[in-house]
Design a protein around this ligand. Sequence first.
Ligand code: AMP
Length: 204
Amino acid sequence: MRVVLLGPPGAGKGTQAQIIAGKLGVPAISTGDIFRANVSGQTELGRKAKVYMDAGDLVPDEITVAMVKGRLAEADATGGFLLDGFPRTIAQAEQLRSSLQDLGHGLDRVLELVVDEDELVRRLSGRRMLVDGQMVQRDDDKPETVRHRLKVYREQTAPLSGFYEGEGLLAPIDAIGSVEEVTSRAMRALGVHGDGEAGQPAAV
Ligand code: AMP
């Protein structure tokens, strides 16, 4: 299956991506994680991306699209994938569509995790991650940057709902509830039964 997971920062994309991809038996590909790994590894890509990430802005499309194309060409992604955090602009979505078309493929489903903005701000300001054995706040989870990231999401990424609705691929998922509840809503929208076997996707 080829699936995109959409949703604002703080909607639980990273957590759900890992679980859903595991159930589908496809790699979870997170552009944010790839950028962060490049920043820690002090690569050229990381150096370029960091400036935008620290400001809560999107890394330019040409850098991001080239990176994703390279990742999708790796052997483990040829049979399917779950994209977490990509696409984030209409231009990225168009590029993804045309690179998949070139390979004779298309997306099967776009899951959109839906959470209201007050809840997102609450979740993001309390979020911590484990780095070298210590729980730390991501630089871009600081309150000022969070507000800016949500604005960037509204302006540049939210229009993707309409784009994918027009393609008949969008499945909005209520992302308020326990991790398990949200996963099972997502699996239902993918038409996948508890044993991981694919059936007909639920109507959208
Ligand atoms: P995330 O972990 O998905 O919240 O991503 C963290 C940061 O990485 C974002 O705030 C952006 O600066 C950058 N980033 C991740 N994915 C993309 C993308 N598809 N396009 C542009 N920038 C991205």
